[in-house]
Design a binder for this molecule. Structure first.
Ligand code: ADP
Ligand code: MG
Length: 323
């Protein structure tokens, strides 16, 4: 087990009151597992990631929970301990590679800097950089060390960001929509590259995406989030073939062809996400649930395990009326 998120609840202080962004989030990422996190904008994906990286904004309040990397709780680490985790044991790539690259430093310099903990000689560090850049597909890497990020194309920049993220062989890579800004061909190349590197480095990946096709293709496990809760989680097969929450099924049923087509945006579902400042403690999906009238008590459903590792929060499964 690489990462365990236990009962994580996070709120943001806002002018209107506490916005309950995450409520009772529970999941774990096993060694070498690829876990996909999917849900509409505003469902809490970035808050999960920022909690893991301990980069929540100042107005965030961790109400409860633990995030254990192996057996250490990230939420209680000192700044010094966190520095030895970020970039070394957990690293991250974003939709926009410029988020992780420094525009005013050459890539050689940046990739040297992240090796500051290693006692290797300068020439060994340089060799490692050249090897890693070659591994991610940068042509003539030894000639590009003095280049700056803007001198590369978008696809090449994402490759460099991946090289930076994986050079220190982290236990966990967090990938937040890493291919959303790229065209379809580049998207496939980057995913294939990530697949190959994940096998080499034997790291685990938390993969955030709007793209259900990519998630089905790339991940082992899937977490479906809605309005700050995990409504369903399980293997790719559980979610794509035996989806039990009406939200999951709404996402999938909208148009199965679009899933094959590798759609970039989640299908639209009628209705709106509830106001996270004014939650009433009942089921969060009530307003958009297509099957709520079928004897559903409408209260907050407990999490149930339908089969080993397949979890859902919906009364209708218990009532045997899931459709
Ligand atoms: N710093 C913040 N202050 C107040 N509310 C925030 C802040 N960051 C996120 N939120 C709110 O928390 C909820 C979850 O946001 P986020 O985690 O960014 O969702 P996602 O990444 O899935 O789009 C949203 O309602 C969002 O408006
Ligand atoms: Mg986000």
């Amino acid at each position: 087990m690489v990462l365990r998120v236990e009962n994580l609840s996070v709120s943001f202080k806002t002018a209107r009151g506490l916005l309950k962004a995450l409520r009772q989030v529970n999941f774990h990422i096993g060694g070498q597992q690829i876990v996909g996190l999917v849900g509409e904008s505003g469902c809490g994906k970035s808050t999960v990631i920022n909690s893991i990286l301990n980069l929540l904004s100042d107005n965030a309040l961790i109400e409860e929970g633990r995030i254990c990397l192996q057996d250490e709780d990230i939420l209680t680490m000192t700044p010094q301990q966190l520095r030895s985790v970020r970039g070394q044991r957990i690293s991250v790539i974003f939709q926009d590679p410029m988020t992780s690259l420094n525009p005013v430093l050459s890539i050689g310099r940046q990739m040297t800097d992240i090796q500051y903990r290693d006692k290797l000689s300068a020439s060994e560090k340089k060799k490692r950089i050249i090897r890693m850049l070659g591994r991610v597909g940068i042509p003539d890497p030894e000639k590009r060390l003095d280049s700056f990020p803007h001198q590369f194309s978008g696809g090449m920049r994402q490759r460099i960001a991946i090289a930076m993220a994986l050079m220190m062989k982290p236990e966990l890579l967090i990938a937040d929509e890493p291919t959303t800004a790229l065209d379809a061909t580049l998207q496939i190349q980057i995913i294939d590259l990530l697949k190959a590197l994940q096998k080499d480095i034997e790291c685990s990946i938390l993969f955030v995406s709007h793209d259900l096709g990519l998630i089905a293709d790339f991940c082992d496990q899937v977490i479906v989030m809605y309005a700050g809760e995990m409504v369903e989680s399980g293997s790719v097969r559980d979610i794509f073939h035996r989806g039990a929450h009406p939200y999951t099924n709404r996402l999938l049923e909208c148009d199965p062809a679009r899933i094959k087509e590798k759609t970039r945006v989640l299908p639209t579902i009628p209705g709106e996400i509830p106001d996270l400042v004014e939650l009433d403690g009942n089921c969060i999906f009530v307003d958009r649930c297509p099957i709520k009238e079928k004897g559903c008590p409408l209260t907050w459903p407990p999490q149930e395990e339908l089969s080993p590792g397949h979890f859902v929060r919906c009364h209708l499964n218990r009532l045997g009326r899931n459709q």
